[in-house]
Write a protein that binds this ligand. Sequence first.
Ligand SMILES: Nc1ncnc2c1ncn2[C@@H]1O[C@H](COP(=O)(O)OP(=O)(O)OP(=O)(O)O)[C@@H](O)[C@H]1O
Ligand SMILES: [Mg+2]
Length: 238
Amino acid sequence: MTNTDEQTALVRCTDLARTYGSGRAAVVALHGATCEIFPGEHVTLMGPSGSGKSTLLHLIAGLDEPTAGSITWPALGDRGSLRPGPIALVLQGPSLLAPLDAVENVALPLVLAGLDDSDARERAFAALARLELSDLHAKLPEELSGGQMQRIAIARALAQRPRLFLADEPTGQLDHDTARHVIDVLLEAARESGAAVVVSTHDPAVGNRLDQCWPVVDGSLKVCRARSTDQAGASCSA
Ligand SMILES: Nc1ncnc2c1ncn2[C@@H]1O[C@H](COP(=O)(O)OP(=O)(O)OP(=O)(O)O)[C@@H](O)[C@H]1O
Ligand SMILES: [Mg+2]
């Protein structure tokens, strides 16, 4: 029996599609996407720019609704209970709130989820420390570099201790060594808690760090659940 036979899926997508706009301006960003994600799985969505990775991650996070097909979260509950809650999403673009300093940004989802202020700040400081960002805790977003903001957004997701961790190109603005460290921390935290991780990237160096690599090409997802013996060590690419 495999891992996936024993557990309830965190998310189940069936023939999922998302078209933006309508008529002649319609853009089919994603079509026919069918997949399940189970606790403890570590998946890379690998594909070129415009292939549909962010679209799929936003659907999985419950931020957006499909135009066809269905998505459910069998082990997590309904759309309204996902965030703040069992799913944490690191967006591809800037996502810190400008008036809040770094630790307040990291603590905010915890407070919204019902934690009291001091516990939320304690967890926020611990997440910042884990990503070696303690020195930046009192900085406002406007005082931070793009890469620092990106890492604080990752700390914010880690602090939530999600059951499903989604990160949309989390290393896009980072140098090679910092990117490696961020992925190390992410995978270590996920292993400790048994959380699943789904990371989108174009970077094979990131893709090769995760157990599974699912190509996304022209809005089409291919689920590759296990790297075969032949694939072991082979490069993850779309
Ligand atoms: N809000 C939107 N309105 C119209 N078209 C959109 C919208 N968001 C995305 N698209 C289009 O949908 C397609 C998929 O976009 P998506 O952002 O999912 O790609 P991606 O794989 O994340 O790309 P990247 O690697 O550049 O982040 C692209 O053709 C894009 O132009
Ligand atoms: Mg994207």
